[in-house]
Each structure stands twice: as C-alpha cells, then as structure tokens.
Design a protein around this ligand. Structure first.
Ligand SMILES: Nc1nc(=O)c2c([nH]1)NC[C@@H]1CN(c3ccc(C(=O)N[C@@H](CCC(=O)O)C(=O)O)cc3)C=[N+]21
Length: 294
C-alpha cells in the first residue's frame, strides 16, 4: 500500500481562501482583524515561524503587530506587553511564541492573556470551557494544532466517527488537548493517549485507526507499529543542523517506511505545520467576528 498524502499546504490554502472572504466581510463593517505575536529572544526557528504567521496574515488582508523583546527581558517587561495587547483594540488575537527563556514564568504570562484574545486556544479558561462543554457549540478559541490535525482529516474526506485514535505524547500544545476535541459528539472518536510512561506502546499503536504522532522524537513511529490502512498524522518536529554546518533539516516523528503501510499520511514538513498557522489565523478572525457580533 502507498499512503494517500494528507497535504497540509493544499488544505491550508483552502482555509486561507475562506478566511480572505471572512476578512472582506469584516472590513465592510470597518473592522480589520489584527493578529499579534510576542517573541522573546532570537531563536532562529521561532523567528522563522513568527515570520510565516505575519506574511500569511497580510496575504489574507489582516493587520499584524510584531512585538519583540530581548532574551534577557524581565517578567515585568513581558507582562507589560501582554497588558498593552489586551488593551489594544487593533489586536483581536495574539500568541506568545513558545518556548520562552527559562528565567520567565511561562504559566503566569499565558494566564495574563485576555482569554478572548487567546489565538492559541490554550488559556486555562478556554481549555476549561472545552472540558466542560461537551454538547454545546463552543464560542471561545479552540487549540489550533489539534484543530489543524482534525481539519486536515475532515477536509480530505476522512470520517472520524467511531474510529480509535491513538495520540502519542502528552505535551500541552497537542497531546493533552486533542482528545477533548476528538471525543466531542461532532467527531465521536475514541481516544487513547500514550506517553513516555506507557508500557508497550506498540500494542496500542497497532490497534489504531488514526495515529497522531506528537512526541517530538525523530522517526519514533515505525512501519511495524502501524495497522495497514491506518491514517498517520506526523506532528512532532525535530530540527537538526547537519554536521557539515549546512541548512537545518526538519524531521518528523514518523519513519519514512510508514508510507508503505499507512492508508493516509501527513508529510512533515508540508502537513500539520501549515494547518497550525491557518487555524491560528482562524482563531483571530473568529475573535474579530465575535467582537463585531457576527
Ligand atoms: N505560542 C505558540 N504557538 C504555536 O503555534 C507555536 C509555538 N508557540 N511555538 C512553536 C510551535 C511550532 N509551530 C509551527 C508552526 C508552523 C509550522 C510550519 O508551517 N512548518 C512548515 C515548514 C517550516 C520549516 O521549514 O520548519 C511545514 O511543516 O511545512 C511548524 C511549526 C507553531 N508553534
């Protein structure tokens, strides 16, 4: 079997077209949705990601605000920027690029974000709403990488109803939160979460209809772990600079051999990454729509 490609570049381009129309409707009401990013320090990977977010936001007609602080910024410096963005009517949603330098209290900074402007959907209030509201539609931001994974499947015609999804990794950005979305009635999947404490992970993986590989370990998932025909979403990113000092290369959590066994496979790069950026912009457009009473 050769897996069908879950093309995140293509699906995210469709989402951007849809967002462009929603931005146009907001502009007709005098509102230009604005996204902001807060970057502390000068990590090249983070700079690349933040740059993509601004470029794509401009391409769909949004405004963007770029706040940069030096690596030795204090807690008070960062909190002041948060307070400014919370008060700025031109900013409808924003993210603090993670990870932050170690001397900063990340949780305190993230909790200070106005939940209505939380473009990542990871504020404790928004995660709490996701936990509590199983049957009601949710009118607050949802976690963007989990949403990106689900949109990538759904937009390729994959029906999650009744499927067994095995999520690998308990990180906050995806592993811990994606099950909250997948087990809502609208998707109706059954979820197993495996992590570094799981005994014999392979026994769970081999039962999976869908594998969400979000451990951040290069080529962790092998062909022998995958049930023939399963859908495999490669979320983890490991960035390695070659020994000869060349351009850094990106590796996913999924071994290339999985393509011979899986029924669907998201490449990495070119899969979930572009979806994350598209859903981040979706969260900001939706925040602006809510503020406009739309
Ligand atoms: N508060 C916060 N929110 C985030 O959403 C967030 C973050 N912090 N910190 C870092 C991670 C990582 N992340 C990615 C976004 C896009 C791609 C992406 O589009 N990647 C391209 C390739 C780009 C490359 O060359 O690496 C692709 O997969 O095709 C990847 C990774 C968002 N993150």
């Amino acid at each position: 079997m050769v897996a069908e490609v879950l093309d995140g570049r293509k699906a995210s381009a469709t989402i951007r077209e849809e967002l462009t129309q929603r931005v146009t409707r907001l502009k007709e009401r005098g509102i230009t949705p604005g996204i902001a990013t807060v970057l502390v320090g000068a990590d090249p990977g983070s700079q690349l990601y933040v740059g993509m977010k601004h470029k794509q936001s401009h391409a769909i007609g949004m405004n963007s605000i770029q706040r940069e602080l030096p690596a030795d910024a204090t807690q008070a410096d960062v909190e002041q920027v948060i307070d400014e963005l919370n008060a700025d009517p031109a900013c409808h949603g924003y993210i603090v690029q993670l990870p932050l330098p170690k001397h900063l209290d990340t949780d305190a900074i993230l909790e200070r974000i106005d939940p209505d402007k939380d473009a990542d959907g990871l504020h404790p209030t928004n995660l709490g709403r996701l936990v509590l509201n199983v049957n009601k539609p949710i009118s607050s931001p949802l976690p963007c990488t989990p949403r990106g994974v689900i949109e990538l499947l759904v937009r390729n015609g994959y029906d999650l109803d009744g499927k067994h999804v095995v999520v690998v990794g308990r990180g906050v950005t995806i592993g811990r939160s994606i099950g909250l979305l997948l087990t809502r009635r609208e998707y109706n999947a059954t979820v197993t979460l495996t992590h570094t404490g799981t005994v014999d992970s392979a026994q769970y993986l081999r039962q999976a209809d869908v594998i969400v590989a979000s451990a951040g370990v290069k080529h962790l998932i092998k062909a022998s772990d995958v049930k023939p025909g399963a859908a495999v979403l490669d979320v983890g990113v490991t960035r390695e600079t070659p020994a000869d000092g060349g351009k850094p290369k990106v590796y996913g959590d999924v071994d290339p051999g999985v393509a011979d066994v899986a029924g669907w496979l998201s490449p990495n790069p070119g899969g979930v990454g572009p979806m994350t950026v598209a859903l981040l912009m979706t969260n900001v457009v939706e925040a602006a729509e809510r503020q406009a009473g739309m």
